[in-house]
Design a protein around this ligand. Sequence first.
Ligand SMILES: Cc1cc2nc3c(=O)[nH]c(=O)nc-3n(C[C@H](O)[C@H](O)[C@H](O)COP(=O)(O)OP(=O)(O)OC[C@H]3O[C@@H](n4cnc5c(N)ncnc54)[C@H](O)[C@@H]3O)c2cc1C
Length: 637
Amino acid sequence: MKLDAKIPTGDLKDKWKNYQSHCRLINPANKRKLDIIVVGSGLAGAGAAATLAEGGYNVKCFCFQDTPRRAHSIAAQGGINAAKNYQNDGDNTWRMFYDTLKGGDFRSREANVYRLAELSAPLIDHFAQQGVPFAREYGGVLANRSFGGVQVQRTFYARGQTGQQLLLASYSQLSRQIAAKKVQMFSRHEVQEIVVIDGKARGVIVRDLVSGELSRHSAHAVVLATGGYSKVFFLSTLAMNCNGSAIWKAHKKGALFASPSFTQIHPTALPQGSETQSKLTLMSESLRNDGRIWVPKNKDEKRAPNDIPEEERDYYLERRYPAFGNLAPRDISSRAAKERIDAGYGVGPLKNAVYLDFKHSIARLGKDTIKSRYGNLFEMYLKITGIDAYTEPMKISPAPHFSMGGLWVDYELHTTLPGLYAIGECNFADHGANRLGANSLLQASVDGYFILPLTIGNYLADDLKTGKISTDHAAFSEAEASVKNKFEKIINNNGTKTVDSLHRRLGKIMWQECAMSRTKEGLEKAIREIRELREEFYKEVKVTGKIQEFNQELDKASRLVDFLEMAELMCVDALERNESCGAHFREEYQTSDGEALRNDESYSYVSAWEFKNVGNFILHKEELKFEFVQPSVRSYK
Ligand SMILES: Cc1cc2nc3c(=O)[nH]c(=O)nc-3n(C[C@H](O)[C@H](O)[C@H](O)COP(=O)(O)OP(=O)(O)OC[C@H]3O[C@@H](n4cnc5c(N)ncnc54)[C@H](O)[C@@H]3O)c2cc1C
């Protein structure tokens, strides 16, 4: 299969403008003849659904939460990036583009990344006009802070609730379209299958999570905005119900899956406290603006952190990466924490954490300033741990957080299944092998508000005479039957093991072998264990209750079926890539001082996997061409 990313011609800064000037448009009267399904109501989905409806399309939007405004985007804390240069610190579109490309270790497309940076400034204006209460300076200008991997301040924020404020704005716009009857909203409905007719995505099969009823929905195009799949690790910073089922179903129906093993482990989550824990809590990366990370120099340190004198502390990020210090990118910071923890310098009861200390910034700036910047995060920390981080360092630890991989999409965010689009975290497009902090809210929003609503017209222009798609088509019946069959198989199984116990074991395999560092032997072992666990799932899973009712165990089981297949592909992908880049760190490929050893000659491509059957995938490669920058050895020293 030849992968055509459809990058427009011209200079980097002209590509998006060229695309906008030459793509086909559909006039509003014709848009009224076209139906679009949007799966997801996070920043990507809500932005897309509202904008498509505003333009005239008929939209159906689905989410599994009880309201669209509880999509996972609401949990985002730290901020959203834009190259506005309000600080006059040397920022511009090019610098943001370069930081992002370098942050992703040169494993993403130049044209996509440039467009992301280019659209960042108008996006902030867009949200400010919608009334998002961004933090402001004394004079009224929007305030900025820094996130990892950059040396400028380009992160806009609303205290530690940026995702919440952005999503509330998007939700308001979505609500306007729901009231105008241009968007039909289906909360607590989970898409179970993508329906393909004559090679095109034409609809979905959906389960009502309250009644258990299945329903059929047709459209001229389907947009997936279903978020990330890091819940495959079981323990993660994501909300409990986040899952990868929709993209996995799409993958099985013909959409290639790109860079599945590129997942981000965030350096500043709260450490796991016990074996029975089911969720990890993020402490925003923004804290690294003012917090200093350290571990004791002495392995057997028993003293409380405040009793350990300065000369006995190892500020290991500042030591190893003096140019970026505590703001080294996430992959590097997480690996550095793992290195210290594995070497026996970890702190806390399980010795699985490092300190994040505000003592110096409080002395420099005063407690009130720190409180105004991070007050709600400190409160959250106090509630969870009982520790006052104004007087004692926080304990933090790396945790699964974000998926850079996802469905392969071209420049138009179109997957390889015609009529199926993927936007936001569920596509692979912009972050390469490592996402920079605060670039994800940005990507989800520009995909949903600015890019997809335009590019989808280029495809739908051929559909003006198609008319309504009937849900009586045999493809709908087949898809619905396969969903029914799946649920019956699960519920009729007479096993003894809970869904969570099996998912937890999958998470452990993935955490040990396919997280912060990977080896050939470890990945081969993981693949064997995942296959065994998959068999065990079908023999041993026990789900009580009925299909036709509110049954959360059944929902979880159905999602785990997909994770058990997806996890294998993640390991296969990590095994195939015999290099280290970004978050993908193969122990065999490292420099003498423990940094990632990239191999551009052999691996400068996006891995895009085709599904044949369970456990059997074919690799396609999209060569990455660097016309405007020369990939360099990534250094933050
Ligand atoms: C704790 C935390 C903090 C973060 N902080 C930041 C930050 O400060 N800055 C930043 O840039 N990024 C941050 N991120 C990342 C960022 O929040 C996400 O990448 C982004 O919000 C994803 O948006 P999305 O619209 O793609 O998906 P989501 O917001 O995850 O929305 C997914 C939607 O899809 C729906 N859905 C999924 N599957 C189905 C299905 N089968 N059927 C029906 N509906 C379905 C869900 O119901 C939901 O509505 C953070 C992430 C976490 C975990």
